[in-house]
Write a protein that binds this ligand. Sequence first.
Ligand code: NI
Length: 182
Amino acid sequence: MILPIYVYGSPVLKKETEEIDSTYPELQTFIADMFETMANSDGIGLAAPQVGKSIRVFVLDASPFADDNPELKDYKKVFINPKILELAGERICYNEGCLSFPKLHEDVYRESHVKIEYFDENFEKHEDWFDGIVARIIQHEYDHLEGKLFTERLSTIRRKLIASKLKRITKGDFSASYKTKL
Ligand code: NI
């Protein structure tokens, strides 16, 4: 089922998130819904707060990058109760978007490598290093679980420059090709 995506200004995006365990009701359905919602909106990552759930779950789909990185073919992953353990490498600038900010794209600096502990959809625990676009998506989605939005990583001056755009989103004055909610 495709879920509506909460946009900037929705309190749920700033709300504290909780860890879940394997008894979380309808978890597999929820994960399937997140993948369906992400695919429907051409997203490459989606965090639970963006669909109104204050739990520590996000999904990613790096397969759109498979043209340049064959190893990313069908690369889809679920992260439950993730904890970033280490950030390393160099800080890289990349033009990011976010489904909660329709049509907004801004350059964001993030570390090139991330070490993260997480549970997969079968509640198996993993601890892995990621780099490249996957490390980028992980850091963006992890921020969502911390109530931190990508615009908060911009310079003060850049934030001032896009302030009116952001305000329009909070007023519902935007268009998106997918279902949204405020
Ligand atoms: Ni986002």
